[in-house]
Write a protein that binds this ligand. Sequence first.
Ligand code: NAG
Ligand code: NAG
Ligand code: NAG
Length: 445
Amino acid sequence: MQLMTSCAAGAALLLLLHCCQIASIVGHESALTVVKNPDGREGGGADEETEVAVDEEDLEVVQPTEDWQTLKPGQAVPAGSHVRLNLQTGQREVRIGKEQLKYWTQEHRETEEIQSTISPDDLKWAMKKMKEELNPDSVASKYRPLDELKRDLAQLDLLVETDVQIMKRLLDQFNSSNSTTEQRLSILLELEYLVHQVDNAQTLCSMGGLQLILEGLNSTDIRLQESSAFVLGSAVSSNPVVQVKAVESGALQTLLTVLATAQPLRVKKKVLFAVAALLRNFPYSQRHFLSHGGLQVLSELFKADGGGVLRTRIVTMLYDMISEKELISQAGLDLVLDASHEERVHQYSQVSLQGELLEKGWCSLVPQLLESTEHDYREKALRALLAMAPMCLDQYRLDSSLLGSLLSLRDQYQEMVQSEMIVGEENGYFAEIVELIHALQFKMK
Ligand SMILES: *[C@@H]1O[C@H](CO)[C@@H](O)[C@H](O)[C@H]1NC(C)=O
Ligand SMILES: *[C@@H]1O[C@H](CO)[C@@H](O)[C@H](O)[C@H]1NC(C)=O
Ligand SMILES: *[C@@H]1O[C@H](CO)[C@@H](O)[C@H](O)[C@H]1NC(C)=O
């Protein structure tokens, strides 16, 4: 275990940080990790190590060496020295702080992590307390008996909130009629960070947080809508349990309603992110999406988007859904079929994506993305066009502007591949685009 302090205001935070580590060692839930001692032990040994610097004015300052030296009451050490408390003798020992640099880099990283999880009030309280204790005039700071030290640690321990406690506090604050929009926004940011952990996202649901997030999506404040969509998207990403709960809570309808009503681009982007995360690998929600007119909403959005950012995201989403379904059905060809696989195939078979895409006019919408000037957008469009080819071929063949686009893009990219070869740059990306174009042209013959 390490206890670290350094002079002035930084002291409290550092000490606090390492108390957090202690808390995680003794089994509390904590977002922080245990940091190894310099000599490789994971804490819990006989010694507690500290890095201490005390106001040097009134004290006899000891110059540390590479060997451990026992510190007498009243003696101080230079900042950055390595001090440990020997729990057997109760005496403090010092040596030169070799690992100082390493500690500092760890320190900075962890400072960033913890800042969001300790409230300013807790911090002020801790700093005040630390300052009192580091005051060189107080007897306690010169030599503190072990029991006292332990008691202080226990008090600091109370400051360490588990993720569950943090989320409870954040949700209460969010739900309080007192909170300002600014406060709510910063709460949503903190939640967004927390819900990347699978357990946290599930806890958020069981605490009723999903409902609050959905209300945030319905808010008239676009910043609240944007941040709520961000939290929701992150919470459902790769989290089947939360995906199910979200769909059961009507999240999909709410998201589609927000998308269907006029909104600034930034809100739409985040809402699309949430929709895509909610649909990914989840045929049940894909079915709901289709039956609630999701493709209709997306096609309106596609038509209205001039810049191409939303178009590209939409097309990527469609591509993902098509290839997901393809992969599942192909897997059946060479894998031993088990019950869960059959169930998945069955569920995907109920997602009538292809038919809907055809019906809602996507065979002629997606080619429009080729008109973009961005290579990346064009590439996404080509991949989606290929994936949609089985149902769209007839329409592709009749689409003269698609045929024209493909010809001119092929020439353009072939030329770029040539010039890339001349200047010796990596040939890959544009050659890949040429191949996609060729593949599509071949299918359309
Ligand atoms: C509103 O804030 C005041 C202090 O600012 C607090 O005493 C009160 O309990 C809060 N009310 C609610 C509903 O949270
Ligand atoms: C929000 O507050 C209302 C009452 O004001 C309460 O019924 C509801 O359970 C609270 N929700 C959460 C998630 O705390
Ligand atoms: C959001 O608003 C829609 C109507 O616009 C309503 O049907 C839905 O229940 C609302 N959701 C929440 C969580 O308030």
